[in-house]
Ligand binder design. Sequence first.
Ligand code: SF4
Ligand code: SF4
Length: 405
Amino acid sequence: MAFDKVPQQPRTAARIVRWTVLALVLTGVTALAVLHQRAGIAKPVGVDALCPFGGLETLGSLLANGALIKRIAPSSVLLLVAAVITAVVFRRAFCGRICPLGYLQELFGGIGKRVFGRRFVMPSWLDRPARYLKYVVLALILAFTWSTGELVIRAYDPWVAYNHIASPELFTENLAGLIVLVVVLLGSLLYDRFFCKYACPMGAFLGLISRFSIFKVRRDANACIDCKLCDKACAVNVEISTAAAVADPECIDCGECVAACPAKGALGVRTRSGSTLSPLTAAILTVDTFAVLVLAATATGGFAWTVPTLAESVAATGGTTTFDTALIKGSTTLAEVVDASGIPAAVFTQVYGVPESEQALPLKELKETYGCSPGEVRAFIEAYRADPAVAGTWAVGVFHEEEGE
Ligand code: SF4
Ligand code: SF4
């Protein structure tokens, strides 16, 4: 196993912007994830609405029948569009400058560097073939998701697990994803961007696009002093010091190589014809692309930040108290069901034993203790509508829920 000393990087404005944006995105997404799990009314949307890979997963369904697959929101498609636009212009700028899972790995990488004083590098006989694994992961996920219309990878997804850190589902539905997350973070202690390099399907997708990017890091061989500091600064181990242009799909456009270069003009963010952007301008343009699209979509109602209550969903579908019970999800509270259905809260206490004081909790949190899963409650409401006397004879547990959110 080869390893390298970690050189000290200069504090440039572009690096400070990058770290600030990454820290803000990770903090914001973590806060939204916790609120999504714990908040009652006006809870933020969950991970499925805030991940651009969801936009890719739903693309098959969107193109085939114009519909999004279950759990995926239009906001995911919008984030995918932003990631693709920035990839066409700046390579994998989403990976290097926005992605909170990438930053999480960098944080663990920083801890690892402090502990070990150096970073580890896989031997090339293992590293090179292992990097193709992410393309296999991408192909398998898209093939299965597009053919089944289900989020097949969700249970194993480390990012979905991270977004359930405040949920009891972390150790049940998301246990496999949690195990993957722990492996990813432990791997990141030793190897920079461990998940990005070997397993991330979103990184693989953006890498394919980045081959055609307009701007790349390009090297002027006449100015280069062959110090190889750029190679040491690269988190994904691209060899920059011998390339005329960094065309490797592994490049995450983090700009660390440009910041590390001591020779004026040797490295720059340039087009093929030589037009140059400063690293700071490239960083700001990337963030602006995401910010402008998200703000515009939020203003026009295309980007929802909160989960609609059951009453709002019912109103949006023109429903009444006899609404379509499919609108009841795992995140729906019994109190919302009471409001929307007109069935008294006392009936749910009688049937499921849920005291009114706990009816503000989502069904997914009540189902273990009281058996009132979403599928159960749907079935009960339909039976109650036909004959309210069923409340006295209802057998809890005959029906079972099949979904969480
Ligand atoms: S490779 Fe994946 S995890 Fe890494 S920064 Fe890109 S999208 Fe994020
Ligand atoms: S850091 Fe700059 S000068 Fe040193 S090898 Fe890389 S491009 Fe050349």
